[in-house]
Design a protein around this ligand. Structure first.
Ligand SMILES: NC(=O)c1ccc[n+]([C@@H]2O[C@H](COP(=O)([O-])OP(=O)(O)OC[C@H]3O[C@@H](n4cnc5c(N)ncnc54)[C@H](O)[C@@H]3O)[C@@H](O)[C@H]2O)c1
Length: 390
């Protein structure tokens, strides 16, 4: 790559300035090869708060105008999930690269359209699964690649204890992306999905909290088959209390084990049949972090590393590690889990029928669309408990 390409500063615009927009903006602002050139939000106070923090004066309520005037290379789309698809399609019309929050969208038809549009426009998509590019996950990946656990055999990932279908779309999306980053794509899925202690029925297909699309299942256990004899289990079980520490991933190899959570990575140099305290102890692995990351800045390390990966990808005219295609494969896995749980059968990937498996299932049962449900999770959960007669 030429020296001038390495000097290029990527112009970044942020469409949506609340929690995740603030996180993305801080990461791009702190990166030496990026400049936040514009902010957009429908709520002026959010624009002003973030604009004042970063010293960005170009503030807009209309994202088309922002893109036309500020000419960004990348537009970040950190909005509610139901807006990812329409906003991505509109922003891609401008032929700019996008960084869209996870999950990419609600289903496979939408994901296909977003990817086709980016391809037609000659631009790239990154889906904001920052855990995969963060220092702890990079340490896990490096340990596997270095053979420190022998051959990987089995992955066990779990959610934070949300109602399973919602947790799957919200947190499971990160975990599946982590898993495929370590051992490759999923070839088939089977799952059990229970609501109220019984197998889900078409009546249990409901709109998720937070605009996350159609779901079914309060407790889901999914079995995933990867290439090379690697299998995995993803647990999404509603717990009495949401618990972020439950969100973790274990990797079992022929010669050792690895443990990941967002705060760090650990290695145990003995396989699962050997008790840890007899033959070894868990050792903390060093996070793999870009050397220019400033811990004292406002950007979190995984978000910064995610931005850094976009700089690398665009410099090298390569895909982001969390590309649109990877994000779509995550959606394929999520849809397969929902379908496998509903229909009690194995689903092979990629699916030929791209329609949402649960709306189809509900329609086949002759049911109408379910009633609307509240958007905030705790109100949503209370409504679901009422639906279940609790
Ligand atoms: N990557 C992660 O770790 C992580 C963590 C939490 C949430 N998320 C994802 O982030 C998303 C939610 O992010 P949030 O909580 O910051 O969202 P939010 O809904 O609280 O905020 C979105 C902002 O975008 C603005 N907005 C929406 N549509 C707009 C439009 N057309 N034009 C201008 N502004 C517009 C809204 O006014 C709002 O201020 C979800 O998709 C969720 O899955 C990701």
């Amino acid at each position: 790559m030429s020296a001038s390409a390495m000097d290029h500063v990527y112009r970044v615009a942020i469409l949506g300035c609340r929690g995740r927009g603030t996180a993305a903006a801080r990461a791009y602002h702190q990166h030496p090869r990026c400049q936040v050139v514009g902010l957009c939000d429908l709520m002026p106070e959010r624009l002003d708060q973030l604009g004042d923090e970063l010293g960005v004066l170009a503030r807009y309520a209309d994202f088309d105008k922002m893109i036309e005037q500020e000419r960004p290379d990348i537009v970040a789309i950190p909005t509610g999930t139901e807006f990812h698809y329409p906003l991505a399609m509109s922003v891609l019309e401008h032929a700019v690269h996008i960084d869209v929050e996870k999950p990419l969208c609600h289903g496979l038809e939408e994901a296909d359209q977003v990817i086709d549009k980016a391809s037609t426009k000659g631009v790239r998509i990154a889906v904001h699964h920052q855990g995969r590019t963060g220092g702890a996950m990079r340490a896990i990946k490096m340990a596997i690649d270095a053979g420190r656990i022998g051959e990987p055999r089995f992955l066990l990932g779990s959610g934070k204890g949300y109602y399973a279908g919602y947790g799957l779309m919200n947190i499971g999306t990160h975990m599946v992306n982590n898993m495929i980053g370590l051992v490759g794509h999923v070839r088939s899925v089977s799952a059990t999905a229970f609501t109220d202690g019984r197998q889900v029925t078409p009546e249990d297909v409901i709109p998720a909290a937070g605009g996350m699309g159609w779901i079914a299942g309060e407790h889901i256990t999914a079995n995933l088959s990867f290439d090379n004899n690697v299998t995995g289990v993803l647990l999404q079980h509603r717990l009495p209390k949401v618990d972020s520490t439950a969100y973790c991933l274990q990797v079992y190899g022929t010669e050792g084990r690895l443990f990941w959570r967002s705060s760090g990575a650990w290695h145990l140099p003995v396989p699962h049949e050997v008790p840890a305290d007899e033959e070894g102890v868990w050792q903390r692995l060093d996070d793999i972090i870009p050397e220019h990351y400033d811990h004292t800045g406002a950007a979190t390390e995984p978000d910064y590393s995610f931005a850094n990966e976009y700089v690398r990808a665009l410099d090298e005219q390569d895909e982001h590690e969390c590309s649109g295609r990877e994000g779509r494969h995550v959606m394929e896995v999520l849809m397969a889990i929902l379908e496998a749980g509903a229909r009690r059968r194995q689903i092979d990937l990629p699916q030929v029928d791209r329609r949402h498996p649960l709306t189809l299932w509900r329609e086949e049962a002759g049911l109408e669309e379910p009633a609307e449900m509240p958007r905030p999770y705790h109100e949503w959960l209370a409504a679901e408990d009422r639906r279940l007669g609790r």
